[in-house]
Design a protein around this ligand. Sequence first.
Ligand SMILES: Cc1ncc(COP(=O)(O)O)c(C=O)c1O
Length: 373
Amino acid sequence: MAAPTAEELREEFLLDPDVAFLNHGSFGACPRPVFERYQWWQRELEREPVDFIVRRLPEELAAARAALGAYVGAAPGDLAFVANATTAVNIAARSLDLRPGDEVLTTDLEYGACDMAWEWVCERAGARYVRAPIPLPLSRPEEVVEAMFAHASERTRVVYVSQVTSSTAIVLPVEAIVQRARGAGWTTIVDGAHAPAQVPVDLAPLGADFYAGNCHKWLGSPKGAGFLHVRPELQERVDAAIVSWGYAPGNGFSERIEMQGTRDCAAWLAVPDAICYQAERDWNEVRARCRALARRARDELTALTGTEPLAPPEMLAQMASVRVPGAGRDLSARLFAENRIEVPVSEEGLLRVSAAAYTTQAEIDRLLAALAR
Ligand SMILES: Cc1ncc(COP(=O)(O)O)c(C=O)c1O
């Protein structure tokens, strides 16, 4: 069976048909069949809240964790669902026993909210958050490793890095970074907010101490489905944001993190449905088509703006960021107001196009035409 076309897939999404939605990256978009399963879970909960939460939920969550574990190459007991990758990064950062003078090594390409979490944690511990400048444009993935570790010191204790960066949309060589950091005896934290279903995620061989991921971006889960993966030997010192029944004797890491009083877990329970949705639609072929579209869009945008690509094609996945000289966030607002094109532009003038399963060349052409005008 051939993979469905972008036009066929667009029919399955709930997106406004008038909008050229080129910003899947920020919050994802959920296909209708998965969204219906999500609402089905919510109705199951409301039919008999006590039966659902007290008697059914533990097993259903275990099944959802097992499906996610099989998908990301992890033991289900090493995974905990959280609301989003920001929560997972926060939990990981706060679990470290940072001391005055310790350094957390990262890049200057990280996501702003997570930078804020790290600055907050480091400030309280008297530690330093060291954002190694990554020289752009890059010509090889190894340049990231070299630039990052040039800022390591005898005070480095932790290495934090994104698998796919946010506004620059670059796939970083996290395997090499984790390997080198672990070799030095440092704790490793990978921010995989953009990774699952956009790039291969295989947590066992990656070997990071902590991995923060999202299912609501590229896996197409409903919003509120993130996860935290922690190596078994570190789990005991990882605390939830809220202490609740998960802390009762006999509970493991997953329960401790997930149980936070009464809550709607439907987005987590729909994760296996999101995995199935893609598996049933030949997602490898869909992804290959999206990658080709992202690369072509990047070439067309750099030709239009007369700017250099930020990284070589092998460091791109389903997003491409291009510098638009003189542009800022107001360009994004104008493109939406005047052309119904949803595309983010950072304060630094980086315009990021997402090539999602439902994205067409015609939508990219609409963006190119609007930018040319
Ligand atoms: C690299 C990175 N980390 C973390 C996040 C935060 O994701 P969420 O809002 O789902 O927590 C994002 C969001 O785009 C991101 O790009």
